[in-house]
Write a protein that binds this ligand. Sequence first.
Ligand SMILES: [Zn+2]
Length: 475
Amino acid sequence: MLATLAAAWLFAQVPAAADAFAARFTGRTLRFDYHHCGDATHEQIAPDRYRLEGEWAGSRTQLVDDAATGGLGYGKYRFVVRDAADATPLFAQGFSSIYGEWETTGEAKTSWRAFHESQRFPEPKAPVTLHLEKRADDLSWREFWSGACDPASRFVDRSPVTARGGVMPIDVKGDSASKVDLLILGDGWTGRQRDDFLDDVHRLTSALFATEPFKRRRADFNVRAIMAPAPQPGITDPRGGTFVDTPLRLQFNAFDLDRYMLTFANLELRELAAQAPYDALIVLANTRKYGGGGIYNLWATCAADTEPAAYVFVHEFGHSFGGLADEYYSSQVAYEEFTPAGTEPWEPNITALLDPAQLKWRDLVAPGTPLPTPWDQQGYDALDLAYQKRRAEALAQNADDATNEALMREIKASGGAQLAKEPLFGQVGAFRGAGYEAQRLYRPSVDCIMFTRNPTAFCPVCERAIERVIDTLTK
Ligand SMILES: [Zn+2]
């Protein structure tokens, strides 16, 4: 009897939620473009324009992400849309940004920069207000910008999106509203290399769906691809002296880090992507040189032809899709204080362990596990330091791709074997060293895809964080 009642209640709720969406929104996507500018102590938003895109690909029932009500609560920033008449929140999602990373670099202490960004939300039927919020040190949100948006106004560009490159369905399993729509963009392939791009898409998505939790949730994903032809193969590599005018302007050496691959051409990327419904973006580069990047709720990038490309693809998607932090701490980064001292990071897979009793993944820790959890950090650091030194030498000598790949294979064999010998390998605890901090931050497991290139699995904490995002997009 109880089961029957519960089923009847559930049945009644589904159309109600759909009706609630239809009452407020048109079913299409509205994009707000703006410039995010400032330096280490100033932060400004300069609105650019509004753009009407196609079908809304996200959930129609999970529209307001709020950790207080069981939402994800990931991201350094949050975008909120409110009803202009009564301030009811209609849509909210967390995100991180290039600006948010850049403001923690040394350059931000001496100069201003501006980055073009976009927020996408379901097109409302009535005027709304838009709000940008940023994390305070206690992880609560502080609004730092707001503006009015009338979707019926002449300031919304409603012209058709320009067709370029063609949308290629890779594996489309169902309705965008209840699937994770993954869109893969290609940069640096010429028109004659389209089949090469498609081979790379199939190879790398196969690697992703061989990794949990993506493996068991394969049926929840639609995959599409778009490739706008480039004039010549490859992408911009400033340290190699190569500059190429590719459609998405993907480039190495972001923040002057050789292997950090980003694009600063947000408008070009958004206009190309707007041809297809999408919840998540990955931009592939036609290059063998090792590199990639991933920023939460923005996109991931990956060098498609580097030897560890499958690893890079999955790791960077862990950042952009799962909101995961890097668990490593010794590699060279540009950030001076990515997580301020004395604060708890928002990312679900690293912690400052300020209060071990309140560890955010404590339900996954076996009773009796010490916190912090012991491991031979000194032994690992000695090995890693020697590797970092050789890597720096290879960079200084502009070593070729084969030499760099051989070095990565070597460290994978020695470092992976050393970590696998740890007595608490495979268990969940709080292991010191994470998030670019050797002392102050802790990670959930000895090894994980977010820590080294050794494993083929995420640690249980990362796996759960990713699955929560899948759940949110498929309800
Ligand atoms: Zn992990």
